[in-house]
Design a protein around this ligand. Sequence first.
Ligand code: F0G
Length: 368
Amino acid sequence: MSLIKKISSRFIQAKHSSNWPGLIEGYREWLPVNKNTPIITLKEGATPLIQVPSIQKVIGRGVKVFVKYDGLNPTGSFKDRGMTMAISKAKEEGCEAVICASTGNTSASAAAYAKRGGMKAFVLIPDGYVAQGKLAQALVYGAEVLAIKGNFDDALEIVQQMSNNYPITLVNSVNPYRIEGQKTAAFEIIDTLGEAPDWLCIPMGNAGNISAYWKGFEEYKNKGKSKKLPKMMGFQASGSAPLVFDKTINNPETIATAIRIGNPVNKVKAINAKEKSNGSFLDVTDEEIINAYKILGQEEGIFCEPASAASVAGLIKRAEEVPTNGTVVCVLTGNGLKDPDCAINNNNAVFHSGLESNIKTVANAIGF
Ligand code: F0G
């Protein structure tokens, strides 16, 4: 084994051990940090890439399908990748408070990292449209929560104005450091597979993550870490698909509340990623999302939130177009535990409730 190979295989091993230092230290030379940047980390990143045979079976033709399970980050979503960077840079600049609009995950992550960095976090959420687990996180991490009678797009407009008018740093994905941190997920995929996949399937809301992945794939390719670039396949929920239908949606609706966004702020970047990669955008219905969500849970033992399942639903919908023997990575952006209501209401499990407490009843119920 050559020295470089030895070093890189040791690096990959370290990434998956308890020695992983978090993504800023792990990918320091690829990120805009310097010796004065205080690193605010919860050891995010280094999430698993898991092969999913049940989805491969649906696609057929020798296609390999993996999921990038970013729901295993410290606060349960990919937002931690961006937040470690945004909060570290805010700290470096002497900021004392941060603000964001959120459908839930950004607020959970901002709250956790702000507290870890000794800062205050203010989070604006659409009242009644944030999954329970996410709201619980923001509260537990000690953010000040402002629930508005409006949707995510309304909240984002307010926080943008707030950060322009008051000494408070915006940590939504318009903050360029968010994109920098999130691009490391693309690095991890190439470090694990040894090459970029043929397709990258990803849910889109405000469209920061697809832009971040594209940046990561391009940077790695430019430095010779991969030979090819993936097609960027972005998916939105049918009731909330401004990028697919190329128009602002004033009243977005979907069971996948994380991506209930009608006017994505990173629209131009996302379209660029699609066009340069020869990829495409497509909408998936709530029914298709839930179907994929159930397959992942029941067949693979992988619990993601509904918005994340949109990536797998989209792949299934586009099955015929996947190159034969190709490799696909679907991004699972958030952990299923965040949205227990969706889980309880959407499963095919057998649940015997109110049983008498004796072996006869239990054996009988099981069918013995
Ligand atoms: N998946 C999940 C679980 C999300 O929480 C989000 C966005 C997305 C996908 C879409 O990512 O916006 O970069 O295109 N959630 C944001 C939030 C909007 O406030 O937590 P995107």
